[in-house]
Ligand binder design. Structure first.
Ligand code: AMP
Ligand code: TRP
Length: 355
């Protein structure tokens, strides 16, 4: 099995733009991920894998969004551990600090500062309509934190601070990127051209990996049961057991389709990890039933995660590697963010500076 390297070659890279003089300008990419534990193959296939595949063709900024994680209850020890673990996951999956700025959001205070300023051009009604807020508040909007409500504005600040053109994310973040465009456009029309309008970069495959125990819901870190997801750190036997127990559709054909949500999801996972098309897989497993298919799928996933897991073990033994990467990343991010914020404050007439 080819493992992670095969997977990365399968993802198309973002085109670079030609400038007038023939020189090439790399597209500016920004994405974020919450340090909230249980990083799963949905995060990997929907987001991280694409960040890695595109990084040599783009100017990248990747952020561990610890301030976003505060929108749900956290503890000091838990958050610290999750930040460290996520940094290791990003490095083990192939993010390269020589090609990408990798940093922790709270190390760059311009993020919450710009969030506050953008709050002034964001409508209450826009935030109330966000499906992620509706999902995460679960109808409890009297008691959830105000941070959960304001979450998309902090995300807009993340993106807009770096003049981002492309935001590689899973399908669930499309609405937040669209809101970011609306906020940027409103700011620009009120204060003059300041922000680049970003686009979501959502790949046709893998943008919405579904839960193994319920193929009508997306795979989620915060699921009640660990049978919902395959964590990047699950060992081989756990992966085999979870796939064996994964819900299937009625019938016994290994085929993809609207009436086959469970098999469609498993075939997508298989195809993305092995680099094969779903139709090739359907042919291979025709008439062979779910058992043979699931057995092979488990080995494909085990093999693809093995190199990442080996690297994770090394990184866990040497936390200074991640610490150095994040310190260097924060410094580079701060340089860009503080230059942008000076422009923004000035446009808005804040402070008591030069006329
Ligand atoms: P989060 O875990 O919410 O911080 O998400 C980090 C990234 O993973 C975002 O780009 C999400 O869109 C993506 N993501 C999360 N869950 C899934 C899923 N089930 N399938 C595909 N992408 C996902
Ligand atoms: N809200 C995103 C998620 O839950 C994480 C995130 C925060 C993000 N800031 C971002 C993603 C900026 C892309 C760009 O997945």
């Amino acid at each position: 099995m080819g493992g992670a390297a095969t997977v990365q070659r399968e993802v198309e890279t973002v085109p670079v733009r030609e400038r007038a003089g023939g020189s090439v300008q790399r597209r500016r990419v920004f994405s974020g991920i919450q340090p909230s534990g249980n990083f799963h193959i949905g995060n990997y296939l929907g987001a991280i894998r694409n960040w890695v595949a595109q990084q040599s063709a783009s100017d990248n900024v990747f952020c561990i969004v610890d301030l976003h994680a505060l929108s749900l209850p956290t503890t000091r020890e838990g958050l610290r551990r999750n930040i460290q673990d996520l940094a290791n996951v990003l490095l083990a999956a192939g993010l390269d600090p020589d090609q990408s700025i990798i940093f922790v959001q709270s190390d760059v205070p311009e993020h919450p500062e710009l969030c506050w300023l953008l709050n002034s051009v964001t409508q209450f009604g826009e935030l109330r309509r966000m499906t992620q807020f509706k999902d995460k508040s679960g109808g409890q909007d009297e008691s959830v934190s105000a941070a959960l409500f304001d979450y998309p504005v902090l995300q807009a600040a993340d993106i807009l601070l770096y003049d981002t053109e492309l935001v590689p994310v899973g399908e669930d973040q499309k609405q937040h990127v669209e809101l970011t465009r609306d906020i940027a456009a409103r700011f620009n029309s009120r204060y003059g051209q300041t922000f680049v309008l970003p686009e979501a970069d959502i790949k046709p495959d893998g943008a919405r990996i579904m839960a193994l125990d319920d193929p009508t819901k997306k795979m989620s870190k915060s699921a009640a049961s660990p049978n919902n997801y395959i964590a990047l750190t699950d060992d081989a036997d756990t992966i085999r057991r979870k796939i064996r127990r994964a819900v299937t559709d009625s019938g016994s054909d290994v085929t993809s389709g609207r009436d086959k949500p469970a098999l469609s999801n498993l075939l997508t996972i298989y195809g993305l990890f092995s680099g094969e098309s779903v139709s090739t897989l359907e042919e291979r497993y025709a008439g062979r039933g779910y058992g043979a298919f699931k057995g092979d799928l488990a080995e494909v996933v085990v093999d693809a995660l093995a190199p990442i897991q080996r690297r994770l073990v090394e990184l866990a033994a040497d936390p200074d590697v991640a610490r150095r990467v994040l310190a260097g990343g924060a410094e580079r991010a701060r340089e860009r963010a503080s230059a942008k914020m000076e422009i923004v404050r000035n446009r808005m007439g804040l402070g008591f500076g030069p006329p």
